[in-house]
Design a protein. Structure first.
Length: 237
């Protein structure tokens, strides 16, 4: 593999599953988890998902060859502003966010000299958040959309592509704008509809959802997804 030290900012379902996927497939380097809650990160380390952790973001990224942004997309700009001066030259920053054009427009100008950004979006997940739901085969045979811009370094792009192929994802390249058009229709809009349906029904009468059958459960299942995550996605696309 091209990386010895990987830092994952946001040790949730996707970040944790990626760490487990790498470890199961022979990654011998170090994986650092970065986040706000020390107790949560300590538990992730105890479970063997990460090797180290940091709540001081600057400390968590300073030795990283690769930094993966796996927090809600609305936090990306703030995170890069915070860690930018601590990222070493030659490092690569990538993400797993569900929105691309707006994020890339904001993030690329913030990259320090010698640091490359490559946008990515694995089409995999569950409604259950957090590392307790993580599995090492989450990305196996799943698509991973990589969205190079005109500024994307070709070597960095290839390294990120190789990494996703290591966890057995199927790579699809497309522009950030095409990505956002497609996933607004097939992912973002369905989530908005599911949230709106649940909110409308619950406002009618307490406990009304308890009377719903399989059809309602199928339509509203994705409304169990983290609200902060989907709030940010919709705000950015």
């Amino acid at each position: 593999m091209n990386f010895n030290n990987i830092t994952i900012i946001g040790v949730g379902l996707i970040g944790s599953s990626f760490a487990l996927a790498l470890k199961e497939r022979g990654f011998k380097g170090s994986i650092t988890g970065v986040g706000r809650r020390e107790e949560y990160l300590a538990r992730a380390k105890e479970k063997g998902i990460i090797d180290r952790y940091a709540t001081v973001y600057e400390e968590g990224v300073k030795d990283a060859d690769l930094i993966i942004l796996a927090s809600p997309v609305g936090q990306f700009e703030q995170i890069i502003n915070r860690i930018g001066s601590s990222i070493k030259k030659g490092a690569i920053v990538t993400d797993v966010g569900s929105v691309k054009a707006d994020i890339i427009k904001k993030i690329e100008p913030l990259m320090p000299e010698g640091v490359s950004f490559v946008g990515g979006h694995p089409i995999a997940g569950k409604e259950c958040p957090g590392f307790d739901a993580a599995i090492p085969d989450l990305f196996k045979n799943a698509k991973c959309i990589i969205t190079p811009s005109y500024n994307t370094d070709k070597d960095a792009l290839q390294k990120v592509r190789d990494l996703w192929e290591t966890v057995e994802a199927r790579i699809v390249l497309m522009s950030p704008e095409e990505h956002d058009m497609i996933f607004a229709a097939v992912s973002h809009l369905p989530h908005v509809v599911a949230y709106a349906l649940v909110n409308s029904i619950t406002e009618m009468k307490d406990g009304i959802l308890d009377n719903g059958g399989k059809g309602l459960k199928d339509m509203t299942r994705i409304a169990l997804s983290p609200t902060e995550l989907w709030r940010d996605i919709c705000a950015c696309n």
